[in-house]
Every structure is written in C-alpha cells, then in structure tokens.
Design a protein around this ligand. Structure first.
Ligand SMILES: NC(=O)c1ccc[n+]([C@@H]2O[C@H](COP(=O)([O-])OP(=O)(O)OC[C@H]3O[C@@H](n4cnc5c(N)ncnc54)[C@H](OP(=O)(O)O)[C@@H]3O)[C@@H](O)[C@H]2O)c1
Length: 304
C-alpha cells in the first residue's frame, strides 16, 4: 500500500523534529517545509519563503499538512518588531499554504494547525475547556486569535481540520522545561510570586500522539492539547525538582522581578491557564504521561 505523505511546515523545530521521527516510525512519508536548505536521511526537506510568498510545489502534493511554523514566543524580548515577527510567521505561513492549495485545487485528508493555550489569557483557577470564552486582551490572546482565524480559512481544503491549543511542551531539548533543567541541577528551583497560578502542560510524545489523532480524524476542530493534570506553578516546579534534583532548594521569586527582567513577555510565565483536555477525554484519548513528575523523568532519561 502507498505510504501516506505528511508535510510538516515548521517541522525543523522542537515539536516537529520529534513528530517527524514519530510519524516515520508509524509508516508515513515525511516532508518538512523550512526556510533553510537542509537534508535528512529519512525525510524530504523542501523550501519556502514567507517574505516572497514562495513555496516548493512538491510540498502540497501530500495527504496531510501539519503547520507548526512560528517564531519562538518566549525566545526574545517582545519589542514591536518581535511581536510583528511572532504574528507574521504564523499568519503568513497559513496564508501561503492556503494560496498553494487554492491554486492547485488539491484536497487534503487532514490539515492541523498549532495554536497555544495563551489564547485563554490570564484566568486564575477557572477550568478552561474548549468551550471557554476568549475574554483576555493581552498580546498572546491577540496573537492566537489571528493565528487561529487564518488557520480556519484552510478548513475547506481538508476532510478533517484541527486546531491544537498546545500547553507547555515537556521536552529536555527545548522550551520551558529545558530552561529549568540547568538551575535545578545546580540545586536551584524557583516559583514565581505566590506560585498559585496554573500551568498546563503536555509530554512531547503525548502531543505527537494527539497530532496523529488529528490525522486519523479521531479528533477535529478546536482541541486543547494538554495533559489532564494542570498544576499550580509551585506544584509544577516541585514536580520538576522531584524528577531532576530532589535536593534542590525551592524558593519564590517575586513577580515584579520577573516583570523587570522579561518585560511584557513575563506574562508567559505569570499568567494562569488551568486548561482541561475535554475533547481528548471525550474521544477516549489515553495519555501515556498524565503526571508531570513521570513526564519530566522520562524526557530527561531518554533525552527527548
Ligand atoms: N514548545 C511549546 O511549549 C509550545 C507551546 C504552545 C504552542 N506551541 C506552538 O507549537 C508550534 C511548534 O512549537 P515548537 O516548540 O516546535 O516551535 P519551534 O521549535 O520554535 O519551531 C518552529 C519552527 O518555525 C520556523 N520558524 C521560526 N521562526 C520563524 C519565522 N520568523 N518565520 C517563519 N518560520 C519560522 C522554524 O523552522 P525553519 O527555521 O526550518 O524555517 C522552526 O523550526 C509553534 O507554533 C509554537 O508556537 C509550542
């Protein structure tokens, strides 16, 4: 039987690299869209250029598209130009895929777009299912709204369409956890303010499994891609400490210090998002890592 082809736009990043291996092992043929010239023994790398609205036409001759493109949310201080880059990379990538599919009149089996739980804004201890209203006004809320709106325009081009509101991805290779690992190994772990704000997270392998469920149409529409156990910031850091260095000292850092150090971007670590995977639960999705401590132990041990 012919292998199904999956294009991962932005597939060279943290999630995409893991996902590419995961899909390859499941028997998919994997193509990756990147701004750079790259090669890999297992995948086909293809180029695109969002500034020139250029895309390799081979990229669209696939059964599935997963769009993970986007300038890192918390990589650099949120200046006006960085904010523009964060939004443009997400909006233009969706627009370019849209344009390509429209011109080639090609219909996909599935289109899956990343989004983020930042869309819910700062919501204290409110439990946020996919039905929660979007009420916030901060940058991440605005960014996710335009990101999702642009993605939604691709709905007509796929038999199954999903937008995944992803939580903090647990991986030892990048993202939030990797920033905590070194200080923890040096015996230090900090929580922010009173540590009562919620973090929602997902192990990278569970996220890959969720993405596959969108390809196979077990899930569709807006889906919270988070584990079933959101934790307060203090509980989150305590679980990381237990998994990596139980001897480490856990101490509070005042919120104003983080605001001074990170500016507006401090919202990424100070906002509260208690997000519930209601759609995944309804679909009977089985998490391999429902508990954070085991999730962290696993990624550190396997270096994934
Ligand atoms: N990691 C998390 O904790 C997390 C949480 C919530 C949501 N998400 C979302 O999930 C998606 C994947 O996450 P990730 O952690 O794998 O992201 P990532 O490692 O930052 O990778 C995203 C990819 O986007 C491309 N990219 C970066 N800057 C770009 C720009 N200015 N213009 C166009 N393309 C650009 C890069 O590919 P090339 O350099 O090859 O072009 C990069 O490999 C992202 O949309 C992210 O916002 C992630």
């Amino acid at each position: 039987m012919e292998k199904q082809k999956v294009l991962i736009a932005g597939g060279s990043g943290l999630v995409g690299s893991f996902l590419a291996d995961y899909l390859y092992d499941l028997g998919y043929k994997v193509l990756i869209l990147s701004r750079s010239d790259r090669s890999h023994p297992k995948y086909t790398y293809l180029k695109w250029d969002l500034d020139r609205m250029y895309i390799d036409s081979e990229a669209l001759k696939v059964h599935h598209i997963i769009n993970l493109t986007g300038a890192g949310i918390a990589d650099k201080r949120w200046t006006a130009s960085r904010k523009k880059e964060i939004i443009d990379s997400r909006v233009l990538s969706a627009q370019l895929l849209h344009k390509g599919l429209k011109e080639s009149n090609h219909k996909l089996l599935s289109y899956t777009s990343a989004s983020a739980i930042g869309i819910y804004g700062d919501r204290a201890d409110e439990q946020l299912s996919e039905n929660a209203s979007i009420t916030g006004v901060d940058f991440m809320v605005e960014c996710c709204k335009v990101w999702e709106a642009e993605a939604k325009k691709l709905e007509a081009y796929a038999e199954n369409f999903s937008i995944l509101r992803i939580g903090i991805v647990i991986s030892s290779k990048g993202g939030a956890l990797s920033k905590f690992i070194l200080p923890l190994k040096l015996g230090q772990a900090s929580y922010f303010g009173n540590g009562a704000h919620y973090y929602s997270w997902v192990h990278i392998e569970d996220l890959a499994k969720i993405i596959v469920s969108s390809l196979t149409a077990e899930i569709s529409g807006i889906v919270n891609a988070v584990s079933p156990t959101p934790l307060t910031n203090k509980e989150f850091m305590r679980a990381c400490k237990q998994a990596i260095a139980s001897y480490a000292l856990l101490y509070p850092v005042p919120s104003f210090v983080m605001k001074l150090a990170m500016g507006e971007m401090s919202k990424v670590i100070l906002n509260s998002n208690r997000v519930i995977p209601q759609k995944l639960n309804e679909a009977g999705f089985k998490f391999k890592f429902p508990e954070l401590r085991e999730a962290v132990e696993d990624v550190v041990e396997r270096e994934v």
